[in-house]
Design a binder for this molecule. Structure first.
Ligand code: FMN
Length: 175
C-alpha cells in the first residue's frame, strides 16, 4: 500500500484499506518505499488525493505551500514525492494492482484513480478491480490530521480492502 497525502486523509484511508486486506499488508508513503521494492508483491494498492481533477503535481503542491497557515492550523505535508513520479519509476512487470483516491463530491471529484490506473497499466500492471474514490469535505483551515473525511468513509475503505483481498489472485505455485 503506497500513498501520497498532504493532511492525512489519504493516509487514513490507506491504513483502513490495509486493515481490510489483512495483517501482512505494509503501508508506506511515497517517501518511505522505493519504487523498486514493488517487485514480487502479491498486490500493489496506490492512492492519492485528487488535485485539479488529476493527481497532485509539483505546481499543486507548491500552491498549497504558498498558503498562509493560521494559528492552530496543521501544515500540509509537502515533502512526500509525487505519486505520479513514484509510479512512473516502478519496474515494468505483470503486477496485480488497484487504485484509490480521496476527492470532493461532485463534478471536481474525478481524475485521481483514472490517472493512477493509466500509469499502472503503462508499467504493465493488471488491475484487479475498478478504482474507488473516498469522499472528503474540503476545509479552508485544517486543524487535525484526517479531519476532512466524510463520516463512514473509513469503514467503507476497510470493506473495500477486504473485497480486494478476495479479488487478488495468489501467484501461481512454482514447479
Ligand atoms: C491544490 C488542490 C487542488 C484540489 N483539487 C481538487 C479537485 O480538482 N477535485 C477534488 O475532488 N478535490 C480537490 N482537492 C481536494 C483534495 O482532494 C483534498 O485536499 C484531499 O482529498 C485531502 O487528502 P490528503 O489529506 O490526503 O491530502 C484539491 C486540493 C488541493 C490542495
Amino acid at each position: 500500500m503506497v500513498y501520497q497525502s498532504l493532511w492525512g486523509n489519504t493516509a487514513a484511508v490507506a491504513r483502513a484499506i490495509a486493515a481490510g486486506l489483512g495483517p501482512s499488508t505494509r503501508v508506506a508513503h511515497t517517501g518511505e518505499v522505493s519504487p523498486s521494492q514493488v517487485e514480487g508483491l502479491d498486490l500493489l494498492v496506490v492512492g492519492a488525493p485528487v488535485h485539479g481533477m488529476t493527481l497532485p503535481t509539483a505546481q499543486s503542491v507548491t500552491s498549497v505551500g504558498r498558503r498562509t497557515t493560521g494559528p492552530g492550523e496543521m501544515p500540509a505535508n509537502l515533502k512526500q514525492p509525487l505519486l505520479r513520479e513514484w509510479l512512473s519509476a516502478i519496474p515494468r512487470g505483470p503486477l496485480q494492482a488497484a487504485a484509490f483516491d480521496t476527492r470532493v463530491k461532485g463534478f471536481l471529484g474525478r481524475g485521481g484513480t483514472s490517472t493512477i490506473e493509466r500509469l499502472l497499466k503503462t508499467q504493465g500492471c493488471q488491475l484487479v478491480t475498478r478504482g474507488e474514490g473516498f469522499i472528503v469535505v474540503n476545509q479552508r483551515a485544517v486543524h487535525e490530521s484526517a479531519s476532512m473525511l466524510q463520516e463512514g468513509e473509513l469503514s467503507r475503505a476497510q470493506a473495500w480492502g477486504a473485497g480486494l483481498r478476495e479479488l487478488a489472485q495468489p501467484p501461481p505455485a512454482l514447479g
